[in-house]
Design a protein around this ligand. Structure first.
Ligand code: CMC
Length: 428
């Protein structure tokens, strides 16, 4: 059997053989199909890229029907159980789990870059006290491009490596400073004797004590959450990272755009939206009424549904377990009962079942963050910190892919036909 697609253009009666490779046809192979001599050729129309592969990638594999997520072939469940965020970030960025020596050197390199330039701190101080930390985060990442102009050398491997170290190391510091700024407390310097997440907790929550005592259960829970959020193949923010990066701009500018995409309530802002939704529902008694309104099209059940997963999001399963471990330390979150009731009803309701809407990564993560005393505005920032590994791995893969060019989709023009300029006094 030939790996081709036979196409008959009924407008002309002509036949075409389109090669199929790796289960796809090349959209540009359709350009030869023309209705007439002035026809530019057939295009595909795919708003929101529902069925278009824009790259080849070796980083993350998802099977949405089976609920499988793997980084570089390693199942997310195994990484969540045995790995750390820094080790997983190494795996995502460099393709293999590190040896002990490689992990020690990687950890050293990241630890060396945790501090922020004093002028970056000053820049952050310029924000209003009530500035959303995600707005502060994405602006500060963008501003990095002015502090590290060497990042423009995107085809220099050593330069790329340096920006990778800076980005992975500095995002928790930016996030922590954005948080401290919002509550009017002084910034805490990074403590390089602590783990990646231990130091992050230190920069967030240390008060007058000389040495911050990291709560081990929370340190591990945050690490697991960071592993789960580290990459998710061609999602909205990663596609933004690749599209902006395809103009060959520096990675900080590209990542500011990726973080902006993550900010939206349909993407990384969903965990914040879930918490607001649960608070608005207020009590279990109000759950049936809320579900009724969602089914009537008055708003969405936030934290449910996914473009790719049409079964239970594997990350949501792990997060549910992690939530129990965190609540043992912090005490349970009163909104948990509402979330469990929403899930119970939704999983047996025809509306959600037929549309294959299951809890996604954001449904329970916000409850954990809230129990850990993060304000809701920090939730998308907590997503952005680990996703940095995925963004820059995907960006570097794109930079090194000889098939990639500047991203430039086509359009179907539906506006006015050519018409003449009318002087203003003659316009109706
Ligand atoms: N609540 C109620 N109905 C929903 C929901 C929801 N959360 N999600 C989808 N639907 C319905 C939607 O109305 C549509 O129904 P119909 O066919 O009758 O018009 C059908 O399900 C298909 O939805 P869609 O909007 O075409 O699906 P999509 O693939 O474009 O959207 C999504 C995916 C994640 C944006 C969407 O499910 C959603 O808005 N969910 C809530 C927000 C959320 O939790 N986002 C986090 C995603 S996971 C983490 C991340 O990527 O950042």
């Amino acid at each position: 059997m030939a790996d081709t697609l036979s196409v008959t253009d009924n407008r002309t009666g002509k036949q075409y053989e389109i090669p199929i490779k790796d289960g796809v046809i090349r959209a540009t192979d359709l350009r030869q199909i023309k209705a007439g001599t002035d026809d530019a050729g057939l295009m595909t129309y795919d708003p929101a890229f529902m069925n278009t592969a824009a790259c080849r990638s070796r980083i993350t594999y998802i099977d949405g029907d089976k609920g499988i997520l793997e980084y570089r072939g390693h199942p997310i469940e195994q990484l969540a159980e045995h790995s750390t965020y820094l080790e997983t970030a190494y795996l995502i960025l460099f393709g293999e789990l590190p040896t002990s020596a490689q992990l020690a050197s990687w950890t050293h390199d990241i630890t060396q870059h945790t501090m922020l330039h004093e002028n970056i701190k000053k820049l952050m101080e310029g924000f209003q006290y009530d500035a959303h930390p995600m707005g502060v985060f994405l602006s500060t990442v963008g501003a990095f491009s002015t502090f590290y102009p060497d990042a423009k050398n995107i085809f220099d491997e050593q330069s790329r490596k340096k920006q990778i170290h800076r980005l992975i190391a500095k995002v928790p510091t930016i996030a922590a400073y954005a948080f401290r700024h919002s509550i009017g407390r002084p910034y805490n310097q990074p403590d390089n004797e602590l783990s990646f997440t231990g130091n992050f907790l230190n920069m967030l929550f240390k008060m007058t004590e000389l040495k911050y005592k990291v709560p081990p259960a929370l340190e591990r829970a945050l690490d697991v959450l960071f592993i789960l959020h580290a990459d998710h193949e061609q999602n909205c923010s990663t596609s933004a990272m690749r599209a902006i990066g395809s103009s060959q701009v520096d990675p900080y500018s590209a990542m500011a755009g990726a973080a902006a995409a993550l900010y939206g309530p349909l993407h990384g802002g969903a965990n914040e939206a879930v918490l607001r939704m649960l608070a608005e529902i207020g009590s279990i008694d109000n759950v049936p009424g809320f579900i009724k309104r969602v089914k009537a099209g008055e708003g969405r059940l936030m934290g449910f549904g996914h473009r790719i997963y049409k079964s239970y999001d594997p990350r949501a399963k792990i997060i549910k377990r992690t939530a129990d471990e965190v609540f043992e330390v912090t005490g349970t979150n009163p909104l948990l009962k509402i979330a469990i009731e929403l899930e119970r009803i939704a999983l047996q309701d025809d509306y959600f079942v037929t549309r294959k809407l299951y809890p996604n990564v954001d449904f329970y993560s916000g409850l954990i963050y809230e129990a850990m005393k993060f304000p809701v505005t920090m939730f998308p920032v907590l997503f952005a910190i680990p996703r940095t590994a995925g963004w820059i791995a995907q960006w570097e893969e794109m930079i090194l892919d000889p098939e990639q060019k500047i991203a430039r989709p086509r359009q179907i023009y539906t506006g006015s036909a050519r018409r003449d300029y009318v002087p203003i006094e003659k316009r109706k």
